[in-house]
Design a protein around this ligand. Structure first.
Ligand SMILES: C[S@@+](CC[C@H](N)C(=O)[O-])C[C@H]1O[C@@H](n2cnc3c(N)ncnc32)[C@H](O)[C@@H]1O
Length: 253
């Protein structure tokens, strides 16, 4: 990717802004425009904005952390990386896919709910995904289910996409269930969504999956996902685990 540098400003009144309402201003065709961080549809249509904002300015580390953790565990089991068939849920414009390719994953499919994410991935990283599906994991058509089942996934990644208004527990369950037993599950999630006062449903879902023996956590790491608009750290937890069984619907809160 070779984009010209964009002019990006973080807000001056940052002390009043929660992660869910963060925004920046970007100068486009000479006009400053406010863009919410969670308006991914808009962000992906502006080449280079996602990378410059989240990675260059706010120092996002999630794709690197997940790539490193997954590689360590796969090597520990002496599995050939090239044999892996991965599903990247909430794939965005492909930064995690790029890391999975660096790990050596042989087959890689991306899924996102936004057509703008797919367009950006194909525009910026056309070599990364073997297939990229725009779909809603909570409302799959029969054809979409057949396509995903036929892909024979043994790895699921989901990075910086769980909780808030993004991927809900039911969609995570559906994606998890497309991975074969014995396969790899890797994801990151904000630390608060794992705490006792979580309202996203993920603390309960992940806890139940571990308790029922459906997910064996092999490695986890609390790390700085990125900085917020005030320059303070936002902490997430990265997991790599082994799947031992499908998640039944009743386990989803
Ligand atoms: C913060 S971005 C992360 C993108 C990529 N995983 C990364 O780390 O660079 C979150 C992504 O999740 C996607 N997303 C949100 N809700 C989704 C859903 N219900 N199903 C699939 N993707 C979703 C968004 O469109 C966006 O591309």
């Amino acid at each position: 990717m070779n984009n010209t540098e964009l002019e990006i400003r973080l807000p001056d009144n940052a002390e009043q802004i929660d992660q869910d309402s963060e925004y920046c201003s970007v100068r486009l065709d000479g006009v400053w425009q406010e863009i919410r961080f969670h308006d991914y549809a808009r962000i992906f249509t502006i080449p280079g904005l996602y990378e410059q904002l989240f990675h260059d300015i706010l120092d996002c580390r999630s794709p690197d952390v997940v790539g490193k953790l997954l590689k360590e565990q796969v090597q520990r089991d002496q599995v050939a990386e090239s044999s892996l068939r991965a599903l990247d849920l909430g794939a965005g414009n492909g930064l995690v896919g790029e890391q999975l390719r660096a790990v050596g994953v042989g087959h890689l499919a991306g899924i996102d709910i936004l057509p703008q994410a797919r367009d950006a991935a194909l525009r910026d990283r056309p070599e990364v995904y073997d297939a990229y599906h725009v779909l809603d994991m909570t409302a799959l058509s029969e054809q979409e289910s057949r396509t995903l089942a036929a892909a024979g996934f043994d790895t699921l990644s989901c990075v910086a996409a769980l909780g808030y208004a993004d991927i809900p527990p039911a969609a995570f369950r559906t994606a998890f269930n497309f991975v074969r037993d014995g396969g790899w599950i890797t994801f990151t999630i904000k630390d608060r969504f794992l705490s006792a006062d979580d309202t996203s449903g993920f603390a309960e879902l992940i806890g139940r999956c571990q308790k029922e023996g459906l997910l064996e956590v092999r490695a986890s790491e609390r790390y700085r996902h990125r900085l917020n608009v005030r320059g303070e750290p936002l902490y997430y937890v990265a997991f790599v685990g082994t799947k031992h069984g499908d998640i039944p619907a009743e386990l989803v809160p």
